[in-house]
Write a protein that binds this ligand. Sequence first.
Ligand SMILES: [Zn+2]
Length: 332
Amino acid sequence: MRLPEIGAGGQARLAAAEVVVVGCGALGCTSSDLLARAGIGRMTLIDRDQVEWSNLHRQSLFSEADARAGTPKALAARERLLAANSSVEVEAVVADLRAMNVPALVPARAAVVVDATDNFETRYLLNDLCVKRGLPLVYGGVIGVRGMQATFAPGGPCLRCVFPEPPVPGSQATCESAGVLGPAVSVVGAMQAAATIRLVIEGTAPRELHEWDVWRGTSRALALGDARADCPTCAVRRFEFLDAPRGEDAARVCGSDAVQVWPTPEARVDLRALAERLSPHAAVEVGAVMVRAAIRDRPGVTLTVFADSRAIVRGAGGIEAARSLYARFVGC
Ligand SMILES: [Zn+2]
């Protein structure tokens, strides 16, 4: 409150605000931690994955115990944020954001959406939703030793004004192929939190794309300019990602030998019944939101099935093998 940029009025605005952080990986950990400690009133965390050992160098809310237990990231993050500031309301949503569920999962009263995802499909989906609702989208990305941050707010360009199309799948380095330096995450996550705080207090954000190379200590800022008059999203208001989703039913989870399989997004799974069916074939654990099965005749292969019928298959050795294990043990 001593900061002239914030003051008592700004602090009260923060306490009354709700924000959504999509993705509880590296950027989601850093930005949600700073936002909780800044006194944001309510936060919704959305993430589909579980904590893994290979996350710990850059995902600052998680511990070895979380990796050992394979705790869903949104739940582990919620617990840590509440331990840091119990006056923040935190809702943890363990789900894969898709066109059919994004309008329901992003609360109508949210003031800002923080894009802390690791894939372009979700980014463009969030851009559609934010433009449609007139919400600012706080973008961040990190790969290797480099990071990038920009805020796409109403009145200025949207994500598609600046990056008209998502890259062709497989054409970009991913955190799986290139790795991520932890401090690069801290820089970008901190800038996302700062932009979010400013948006809540002032309603504006810098209209620039910032890039850092934290290894070489270099940075640059590119002016984003104005919205494009022919942008399909914010000018034409055609919401291609929201209205005509592309039908990917399986994808590699960034940074791990895990594949997400979700062929039937409308389906609900009876977790107890599934656990019973799997128990002859696997060592099975049943949780409140998932069933985890370590397959007996495939050492190292685990299948985690969530109540929305989505599964994360680990150690299968590829998308096709994961699909087939899903079909074999879960059925579709
Ligand atoms: Zn646009």
